[in-house]
Ligand binder design. Structure first.
Ligand code: IMP
Ligand code: MG
Length: 362
């Protein structure tokens, strides 16, 4: 089976933890967009890891291999340091990392340009926008144009999708999206977006058109967050925001910046589901708001058929909800409300950082 793990909102939905949990049932975990702007937080044996470039694969299982696909932009120095740092804990995993020779490379000049040009967007300053600019402007350089000796000495493999074609055809693949659909260059809240394809487009752009996708999981938190500038219709401010930020530990995994916080936004989520073909929803962080009354935005006054419509939603309608613990019976009202309103099933929930806190419902 081949599945996609997609950020259904503004990124930071908990994709990393879900991909990591599921990864032991797959042969390949493929990152297909963005670069070191991502911060995928995951826990192994109670220890916290943040992967910026590496896919969220669980190396404790012999099965999954990691693939960095060609629609990514890769900072090779950062990849080297990320692998060196992690290989202090497990020295064998680098030989299970495969990098596409055709991915474009983030260079120092891109990081400098990001700092100067993209402050108003709230960029992570990882050089992403400028690297994609050079790629599209036909000035870019690919992984194959660089000296890869250091990475090869660590055991990292360099290849192409077609070289691995038969391996991929005979395998189960988990495609791990980065950022979220509302940060997608085409379908997000432009210009307050990242510069890559968070939707399935990034999979096809990476050359996986011959792979049939069976399921698309859209990941969302039971509340919302956004890092950087741009529209956020359900945003909270003041003490209420501060409290949610604190209990949810909502600080950027890549930049440490405080995340903007707000309520779950179903009209925006419906837009994303329709736009990307999400078949299954995953909700995370039920534990953070247990015991407190929360709100869920069920409707906008205005119609939403484009990411641009988030700039002008009109009045918002909310429902109030509360659960006192994270048992399935206690959160049933939430599940019913979402499934009815969005006409999409919730297949997985999570309410904590441990493996046991992730539950497969359907
Ligand atoms: P860039 O991708 O660094 O150019 O940043 C563009 C916008 O996307 C900024 O608002 C960032 O905060 C946001 N962004 C980029 N990557 C992520 C991510 O992985 N999670 C959340 N926000 C992100
Ligand atoms: Mg993140």
């Amino acid at each position: 089976m081949n599945i996609v793990i997609l950020g259904a909102v503004f990124g930071d939905e908990g994709k990393g933890a879900i991909a990591h949990y599921l990864s032991t049932n797959y042969d390949w975990i493929v990152r297909y967009n963005g670069g070191a702007n991502a911060g995928h937080t995951l826990y192994r044996d109670g220890v916290k890891y943040v992967h910026n470039l590496l896919p969220s694969f669980d190396w404790r299982s012999p099965r999954p291999k990691a693939y960095l696909a060609s629609n990514m932009v890769i900072d090779l120095d950062k990849l080297y340091s990320e692998i060196v740092e992690l290989s202090k804990i497990n020295s064998t995993f680098p030989s299970r990392v495969y990098v596409d020779l055709d991915a474009f490379v983030v260079e120092e000049k891109h990081i400098e340009a990001d700092k100067n040009k993209n402050k108003h967007i709230g960029s992570t300053n990882r050089g992403i926008g400028p690297a994609y600019e050079d790629k599209i402007g036909r000035r870019g350089k690919r992984v194959r144009d660089f000296d890869l000796t250091k990475l090869k000495e660590l055991g990292v493999n360099f290849t192409t999708v077609l070289e691995q074609r038969l391996n991929f055809i005979g395998s189960d693949i988990l495609f791990e999206g980065a950022q979220g659909v509302l940060l997608d260059i085409n379908h997000g809240t432009y210009p307050y977006v990242s510069s890559s394809d968070s939707t399935l487009a990034g999979i096809y752009a990476s050359g996986f058109g011959f792979i049939k996708i069976d399921k698309v999981y859209g990941i969302a938190k039971v509340y919302s967050t956004r890092v950087g500038e741009g529209p956020f219709p359900t945003e909270l401010f003041g003490d209420e925001a501060e409290e949610l930020r604190k209990i949810g530990k909502e600080y950027g995994a890549t930049t440490g910046r405080p995340r903007r916080v707000g309520w779950l936004d179903l009209p925006a989520l419906e837009y994303v589901i329709h736009k990307t073909g999400i078949t299954d929803l995953v909700f995370t962080k039920f534990d953070i708001v247990q015991g407190q009354e929360i709100k869920i935005c069920t409707n906008y006054q205005n119609k939403i058929t484009s990411g641009q419509d988030l700039f002008n939603p009109g009045n918002l309608t909310y429902s109030n909800l509360k659960w006192n613990d994270c048992n399935i019976e206690s959160i049933k009202e939430f599940i019913d409300l979402i499934e009815r309103r969005l006409n999409t099933k919730i297949s997985i929930i999570s309410h904590g950082i441990n493996k046991e806190d992730i539950k497969i419902l359907k």
